[in-house]
Ligand binder design. Structure first.
Ligand SMILES: Nc1ncnc2c1ncn2[C@@H]1O[C@H](COP(=O)(O)OP(=O)(O)O)[C@@H](O)[C@H]1O
Ligand SMILES: [Mg+2]
Length: 337
């Protein structure tokens, strides 16, 4: 089990069966993927990753290379080096193979505020060249139903909430029943209730397809994803499960209180993971204490979370990382600088 307090949507009956291994349904296989943007900016420094059926979380801070990876997978950007196979077919050499099987919700999805939800969706379906057996209007209505927007179909997109916009974006992405669904930071800016709705929808959609979700929000992954990868500055830091990641730092997370004025000095001496101000003056602080090190005075052992594991990966040098977190990561093949 993960440490998340929300009921995981994938625990619902019939949702997210275990991935099918072998055959022609292996999912995505990424090997030695490098992308140097003009600048030059090394956005991806050699990524090796297998993404099976079901929900897969790609977790990393801003600038880590998530969108770069996703645009390459979507066939919109060519990699500098490396290969990507979908169910055994090389999609860098044959982008049309992927395009026919892809639903994509980009990070900056453009909306037409003066169109109604239904009109905008019909327009997007036309651009995508998807029609449906009963015609485009019928397909649009069916998709709106699928994402719970039927009652807002005739309202202008201008009046939609962030969550409604994202669900409309998802409606166009799932048109044509794609094998692969790529959603780039879809929950950024959603309020907690909208986020839960979006989670449920994604969990349902992950049945029998490859769904890749990028996010910088650990809760997204903890709630939804049986597997995840962590990337940082273009490098793959972990390819793991929420449980394995959490267990890797178990026994090394300590919590205590530090006066706000003393925090900078404290942070210079310890591996600070998070500091939350309580009543304006004192911080509730979590620290990572590597095996040989001593815990700060007055601190107590705390049960670890996926967030802790993620912050350890972000804040610590490679040689400080606990072995299970490192071991869960395949050998990097690219330039490490
Ligand atoms: N088209 C581009 N040209 C130059 N640099 C880019 C371009 N796209 C992204 N980058 C750079 O590549 C790095 C990774 O960016 P991105 O893939 O957008 O990360 P993320 O989606 O994780 O925030 C960043 O340093 C970003 O500034
Ligand atoms: Mg991005």
């Amino acid at each position: 089990m993960t440490t998340v307090s929300h009921a995981p949507a994938f625990a619902e009956p019939g949702v997210a069966d275990p991935p099918v291994a072998g055959g022609s349904r292996q999912g995505l296989a990424i090997r030695g993927l490098v992308k140097i943007h003009p600048g030059p900016v090394a956005a991806l420094k050699g990524i090796d990753l297998d993404i099976p059926e079901g929900l897969f979380g790609l977790l990393g801070p801003n600038g880590a290379g998530k969108s770069t990876l996703m645009t390459i997978l979507a066939g919109l950007v060519e990699p500098t080096a490396g290969s990507v196979l979908l169910d055994g077919t090389d999609i860098v050499a044959d982008p049309a193979f992927m395009r026919k099987r892809l639903g994509y919700l980009p990070q900056d999805f453009g909306f037409y505020p003066d169109l109604t939800g239904r009109a905008m969706l019909e327009f997007l379906l036309e651009l995508k060249g998807v029609r449906g057996s009963g015609g485009r209007r019928a397909l649009a209505d069916e998709l709106l139903e699928r994402v719970n927007l039927s009652s807002a179909a005739k309202r202008k997109v201008r009046g939609y909430s962030g969550g409604m916009r994202q669900r409309l974006g998802l409606a166009q992405a799932i048109a044509g029943n794609p094998r692969v669904l790529i959603v780039d930071e879809p929950t950024a800016g959603l309020d907690p209730e909208e986020r839960q709705r979006f989670y449920r929808l994604l969990a349902e959609l992950a049945e029998g397809r490859v769904v890749l979700l990028s996010t910088h929000i650990v809760e997204d992954v903890a709630t939804l994803c049986p597997r995840l990868a962590v990337i940082k500055a273009g490098r793959l830091m972990a390819d793991t499960t929420p449980t394995a990641a959490r267990q890797a730092v178990d026994g090394m997370i300590h919590e205590g209180f530090v006066d706000d004025a003393e925090l900078p000095a404290f942070a210079a001496r310890h591996r600070l993971l998070s500091a939350v101000l309580v009543e304006g003056r004192v911080n509730r602080v979590r620290v990572f204490v590597p095996q040989q090190a001593a815990a700060p005075d007055g601190f107590g052992l705390s049960s670890s979370t996926l967030e802790d594991a993620y912050l350890v990966l972000m804040r610590c040098d490679d040689d400080e990382l606990p072995p299970p977190l490192v071991r869960s990561r395949p050998e990097a093949t690219g330039d490490q600088r």
